[in-house]
Design a protein around this ligand. Structure first.
Ligand code: C5P
Length: 408
C-alpha cells in the first residue's frame, strides 16, 4: 500500500497548545498538506504566544480557530462541527497542561471543548521540560489518556529549549507526519477486523470466601486490547478481576474463573485474531465448598484437591474452522525464557508467542514496563524494554501487518 495514499484526503484537526515546540506547527501543517491531507488549526492562548495565527492560516489555507465564544467562529463553524468534520484530532505540541485538562474533561477553551466533544481518534505529541514529563502527575495523566484510547507519539530525547537535555522534546514534524501515515495505514488494515484479547488473572473459588489467584495486574492485556481498538479493530476483552479501567472502545466481558473465561472466549468466535495475555490459573479446587471450610480442632495441616483447568489458548488454537487466522499466546517465564516459550508454540498450537521475563529482577508483574520477545516459526524478535502500553501498540501494528500479508 502506497503510504501517502492512506493520508491523502484525510481531514486533520491540529490543536497547537502552549509550548516552544508550537513554532514547528507551520512546518507540520506544510508536511501534512504535502502528503495530501487537509489541515484545520486550533490554537490555544498559550500556543498563540509561540506561533502566529497568520502563519498557520497561510500554510493551512484555512481560518485558525482560537475563540470558544467568538460570534464569527461559531457562526462559521461551531466547536462541535470542528471535531465532527475531522477524521482525526492531533494535539501537537501537547503541553502538560492540556494533557491534564484532557484527563479531567475540562472544556474551558475551544481546543479542550473540541477534544471533549469528539468521538474521532485522538493523537497527542507531548512536549515539555524533562521534569514536567517525568513528574508522576504527567505520567499518570498520560497512562489514563492511553487507557481511554488516546495515541501518544513521543516525546523524544534531546536538547531542550530550556537548556536541559532529556526526554520531553516533541517529535519532529516529519516524524509526526510519518506516524500519522502509519496510523491511518494500520487502521485501514484492521478496519472490519475482529479481535479477542484475554487479560488479568483468573480467580478460582475454594469456598464462598477463599480463592486461588495470581499476581497478574492485567496491564499488558488491557493495553493490547486498547491498542487494537485504537487501530479500528472491533475488540472484545475477556478479563479476570483487575484494577484496570475498561479500555475505551472495547467490549469488556468480566469473568472470574478459567472456565468462565473459556466460555466467554468461545462466545466471541469467529474473530480474526486472538491474543491470550491472561494468567490463567492452571488449577482449580476439585470441589468448591458451598459453605466456608472450617478449621477443625487440632488440625495443623490440611490438603486441598486440585484439578486441571481447561487450556483456553490450546482449545481456541484447535478450534477447527472457527480458529482465528492469528493466535497469539503469552509465556511468562523465569528461566530459559526463549527456549521454554518457543516450545509452547508447538504444545499450544498457536502462531506467535510473546515471551516475557517475569523473574523478580525484571519487575514485570504489576510493573509498567515489559521486556518481551516475539517468537514465531520464522524466528525470534527481541524487543527492547518498553512500557506495557508501547508493547501493546507495537503488537497491534505487527498484527495489522501480519493479517494484511496473510491476505495478499
Ligand atoms: O502454559 P502457560 O500457562 O505458560 O501458557 C501461557 C499461555 O497460555 C498464555 O497465553 C495464557 O493466557 C494461556 N493459557 C490459557 N489457559 C490456561 C493456561 C494458560 O489460555 N489454562
Amino acid at each position: 500500500m502506497d503510504e501517502c495514499v492512506v493520508i491523502k484526503g484525510k481531514r486533520i484537526l491540529l490543536i497547537i497548545s502552549g509550548g516552544i515546540a508550537a513554532y514547528k506547527g507551520p512546518d507540520l501543517v506544510r508536511r501534512l498538506r504535502e502528503r495530501g491531507a487537509s489541515v484545520r488549526c486550533v490554537l490555544t492562548a498559550g500556543g498563540a504566544k509561540f506561533v502566529s495565527p497568520l502563519a498557520l492560516s497561510t500554510v493551512s489555507g484555512d481560518k485558525v480557530y482560537q475563540e470558544l465564544f467568538s460570534l464569527i467562529d461559531e457562526r462559521e463553524i461551531g466547536h462541535i462541527e470542528l471535531s465532527r468534520d475531522a477524521d482525526i484530532l492531533v494535539v501537537a505540541p501537547a503541553s502538560a497542561n492540556i494533557l491534564a485538562k484532557m484527563v479531567q474533561g475540562q472544556a474551558d477553551d475551544i481546543a479542550t471543548t473540541a477534544l471533549l466533544a469528539t468521538d474521532k481518534p485522538v493523537v497527542v505529541a507531548p512536549a515539555m521540560n524533562i521534569r514536567m514529563w517525568e513528574h508522576a502527575a504527567t505520567q499518570v495523566n498520560v497512562a489514563a489518556l492511553r487507557s481511554r484510547g488516546v495515541t501518544t507519539l513521543g516525546p523524544a530525547e534531546g536538547d531542550m529549549a530550556c537548556g536541559e537535555y532529556g526526554m520531553g522534546r516533541m517529535l519532529e514534524p516529519v516524524e509526526i507526519a510519518d506516524a500519522l501515515e502509519a496510523f491511518f495505514r494500520d487502521r485501514e488494515r484492521l478496519s472490519g477486523r475482529r479481535a479477542l484479547v484475554t487479560s488479568g488473572p483468573t480467580l478460582e473459588a475454594i469456598d464462598p470466601v477463599r480463592y486461588i489467584t495470581n499476581r497478574s495486574s492485567g496491564k499488558q492485556g488491557h493495553a493490547i486490547a486498547s491498542a487494537l481498538a485504537q487501530l479500528g479493530t472491533e475488540t472484545t476483552l475477556v478479563s479476570g478481576p483487575t484494577r484496570e479501567p475498561d479500555p475505551t472502545g472495547v467490549r469488556v466481558i468480566h469473568v472470574e474463573s478459567a472456565r468462565q473465561m473459556l466460555k466467554a472466549c468461545e462466545g466471541t468466535l469467529p474473530v480474526d485474531v486472538a491474543v491470550f495475555a491472561a494468567a490463567v490459573s492452571d488449577w482449580r479446587a476439585a470441589m468448591e465448598a458451598n459453605g466456608k471450610i472450617k478449621k477443625r480442632p487440632g488440625e495443623t495441616t490440611t490438603t486441598l484437591d486440585l484439578v486441571e483447568n481447561p487450556d483456553i489458548l490450546a482449545t481456541i488454537s484447535s478450534a477447527g474452522n472457527r480458529r482465528p487466522q492469528l493466535v497469539v499466546g503469552f509465556a511468562a517465564e523465569t528461566d530459559d525464557v526463549i527456549d521454554n516459550a518457543a516450545r509452547k508454540l508447538e504444545t499450544k498450537g498457536c502462531d506467535w508467542i510473546v515471551a516475557n521475563d517475569i523473574s523478580k529482577a525484571a519487575g514485570t508483574f504489576g510493573g509498567v514496563a515489559n521486556t518481551v520477545h516475539l517468537i514465531s516459526r520464522d524466528g525470534v524478535e527481541n524487543w527492547p524494554r518498553l512500557s506495557k502500553a508501547t508493547v501493546g501498540e507495537r503488537l497491534a501494528k505487527r498484527i495489522a501487518q501480519r493479517l494484511t500479508e496473510a491476505n495478499d
